[in-house]
Design a protein around this ligand. Sequence first.
Ligand code: PRX
Length: 567
Amino acid sequence: MINIGSYDERIKNFSWEIAEKELEYKKGDIINIGWYCSDRICEMGKSEKIALYYEGFGDKEKSYTFNDIRLAGNTIGTFLRDQGIVAEDRVCLFMDRIPELYLSFLGVLKIGAIVQPLFSAFGDESLLVRLENAQTRAIITQRKHLSKIRKIIDRLPSLEYIIIVDHNPAKELKEKEIPFSLKNSTPVEEMEIYPTTAESPSVLHYTSGTTGQPKGVRHVHYSLISQYLTTKWVLDLQDDDIYWCTADPGWVTGTSYGIIGPWSLGITQCVLDSGFSAEAWYKFIEKYKITMWYSAPTAIRSLMKAGDEVIKRIDLKSLRHLASVGEPLNAEAVIWSEKVFGLPFLDTYWQTETGSMMITNYPGMKIKPGSMGKSFPGITGVVLDAKTYEPITEPGKVGLIAFKPGWPAMMTTYWNNEEKYKEKFVNGWYLAGDRAYLDTEGYFWFIGRDDDVINTGGHLVSPFEVESALLEHEAISESAVVAKPDEVNMEVVKAFITLKPGYEFDDDTELNIMNFIRKKLSPLAMPQEIEFMESLPKTRSGKIMRRILHAKEWGEEIGDTSTLEDD
Ligand code: PRX
């Protein structure tokens, strides 16, 4: 039996009350994600069920029951509360995918504080802008990341606590640094859960736009309602499933569907904290008998590239359901997965801002490889005309993806940037910033982004951030950053630069620039290539036209160049 039953029946009678009832929540009640993901599951009689199988570097293995994660959440939450952390304080999680990351997530939410997960590969500058913007009060981290925090701490007056989960007593601590060890703490059996309500802020995820600094997408505890139901109906998680979400909780997939969705349903999940290797991934599936696997197109394309031979040597028969998110899932990848696993990857489309899946394929519904599927029940998804902002009814006509606001997991603002938040709404629609068309059966087909943001391997990179980093280099006069096609990552970052008088572009300059920006950018945002130009294409008013450079990279028609500077 599939959880959703029939998609067509569900959309006819849909109400979010379906999820509210299952979660025994009524309007105005307390709703706390930390409690729902641990205490409630224990109250339902699943205390001894495994919540987390963890495997880290060097074959380090650990497992935690739902009672273990309940206690760990209590212990971490109580520790933070004892330090003076209160509701709505921002607590950043800056760790690799170690168990403490997942357990702290629950602990922070249980005391009503806002959890701000950040990808641990971020360098100090990337970390700085996000902590500064959120005025983060505490950061939970590992020894290995401490040097990055020490470099910026003087510029972060709001940051009062640096909590280290693996402190080595032989090492000296600096001001504000506090050791905390789950292993050496007395488990806190009972704690007072902070009475968060539907509107209480829960998670703050940073995402990149075309202009300006990264934006902090603010979610609320009520997001649980749609995260729970989409996990149940799309990922189809059932009581005896063993689930693996490959995303890092530094990104929204890793929290909405790598923590909240599965644990609010009381599902056992697995975490593998290691880099990508096809063989290691397949062996992980074999070892834990993973049944449901949620991953990303770049990973799938990398697996395709690794070849089918390795699959024959490993037993993957446990798999029963696959899904993907983050970038366009090409039809070949779906067809390949059907061939080698006997199962298609179901494409799901959503965003940091939407908090939960919006347009997806469903178990039991016809799949058209290459299509993102249909709107989730309760979600009004349309394609709008780019000029009138009216829905397009004509199949095949490309427009802007938009949604009627009001689903439970929708962001409530961009942190400290209400203006940018308001810009996302036009004519009563939330604009996703992507383009697509609908076919005659109402399936969505993704076309591309409606802005200059680069999606490399499922990670959004702001051209503005990369250009700013380049401009700080002494030799660079101007810079423009666009996407360049790539077989595995779909897009990679490419930079065009002009140099100041007196500088020459040669291998040494290029290396010097690369080393300079490496310190400022996350590894994901690093350009794969820098091209020198005598001048960059500009409008008459002097604005650099990324569009022209983009077209050049993709071998596309350049289109209207009448506003070009030197035509
Ligand atoms: O452009 C779309 C692309 O990723 C963007 C959202 O990125 P982010 O906020 O980082 O969240 C990613 C994970 C939820 C979208 O605006 N995107 C996401 N899913 C798909 C996609 N593009 C094509 N197909 C998808 N399934």
